[in-house]
Write a protein that binds this ligand. Structure first.
Ligand code: NAD
Length: 316
């Protein structure tokens, strides 16, 4: 069944790529695919099921991640019901919209897919190459990458074999963590992204109740270009003894009215993610102002990645 669907899509795609006249602007999103059931993927899936009211298929190579993700979704929905933000019926409906699987072939029928696997370029490139092969020719192929070039991810869809034209349907929907709480989403076009793809990404994020900002494909995009140097500078203040941990977090929390200080925020994001983004900013701009803090690198070497490993600037 899945193979015949793939074959059908290949024929449709060939026709579309030859004619280059395929119009999908009127195609609504009924089914969403999410790749990766980690903290971001699960949050995206749940908000899409609740707010955009679409069926969501979550694919993860790890059965354990899928079980953990669904248990987390149950916990979040139960909390919403307990706080009377939603009714039990609404929670049950949202939960019934979520389905899971370990094979990408489950995504052959989706209208929109959002990838949220770890920040490893080669992994994302191989996933997009596969998406170009298996997805419907109208499907938007979005990534949640924090730092990898959208242009490079889009380019991965057209290499070997060349007929898998999908680069114009690749875009970034960069959600903020935690997805059910943070309203902002950054939408980033690669060089190849069509206006139609951008418009559809903005429309879908709005349907999810998010407020979209548009950015070009530049290192760090907008959010991390601004946020990561701030976090990095806080870590440099700690390593050079300008202030201790609590003073650094306290002045920013109480002085700029943010919910947590930069060191606690780094722990929540993950210190490995912070370091990876600083390296991208530093390497791609060549500007020394983005040099990652030495202490940040050492903490990642030690495996102290923040909340997810139980130890970072704070103990969890
Ligand atoms: P995570 O480590 O919590 O989850 C990643 C999931 O992907 C895991 O469940 C893993 O099993 C799964 N996975 C790995 N390889 C896979 C494959 N080949 N196919 C399917 N699933 C696979 O990661 P996360 O924090 O959710 O981050 C995901 C993406 O979102 C990254 O690109 C990250 O940079 C970005 N992001 C993270 C944050 C944040 O604060 N954590 C914020 C914005 C964007």
């Amino acid at each position: 069944m899945a193979l015949s669907l793939v074959a059908r899509h290949q024929v449709q795609r060939l026709v579309a790529s030859q004619a280059r006249c395929y119009s999908s602007s009127m195609i609504p999103v009924k089914r969403l695919g999410v790749i990766g059931a980690g903290q971001m993927g699960l949050g995206i899936a749940l908000v899409a099921a609740q707010k955009a009211q679409v069926d969501v298929t979550i694919v993860d190579t790890s059965e354990a991640s899928l079980s953990k993700g669904l248990a987390f979704a149950d916990k979040l929905l139960a909390k919403d019901v307990a706080k009377e933000r939603i009714t039990q019926d609404e929670a049950d409906t949202a939960r019934s919209r979520l389905s899971v699987g370990t094979s990408m072939e489950k995504l052959t029928e989706v209208d929109f897919v959002i990838e949220a696997v770890p920040e490893i370029p080669e992994l994302k490139f191989s996933i997009f190459k596969e998406l170009a092969r298996i997805c419907q020719p109208h499907a938007v192929l979005a990534t949640n990458t924090s730092s990898i070039s959208i242009t490079k991810i889009a380019a991965a869809t057209t290499k070997n074999p060349k007929e898998f034209w999908a680069d114009d349907r690749v875009v970034s929907t960069h959600f903020m963590n935690p997805v059910p709480v943070q309203k902002g989403v950054e939408i980033i076009s690669g060089l190849q992204t069509s206006q139609e793809t951008l418009d559809r990404a903005i429309a879908f994020c709005k349907a999810m109740g998010k407020v979209a900002s548009v950015s070009t494909d530049a290192p760090g995009f907008l959010a991390n270009r601004i946020l990561m140097p701030y976090i990095n500078e806080a870590i440099i203040c700690l390593e050079t003894g300008v202030g201790d941990r609590d003073s650094i977090d306290s002045i920013m929390k109480n002085g700029t009215n943010v919910p947590m200080g930069p060191l606690q925020l780094a722990d929540f994001i993950g210190l490995d993610t912070c370091l990876a983004i600083m390296k991208v900013l530093h390497n791609e701009t060549g500007d020394s102002k983005y040099r990652p803090s030495i202490l940040l690198g050492k903490m990642v070497d030690a495996g102290w990645l923040g909340k997810k490993t139980g130890k970072g600037f704070y103990d969890y």
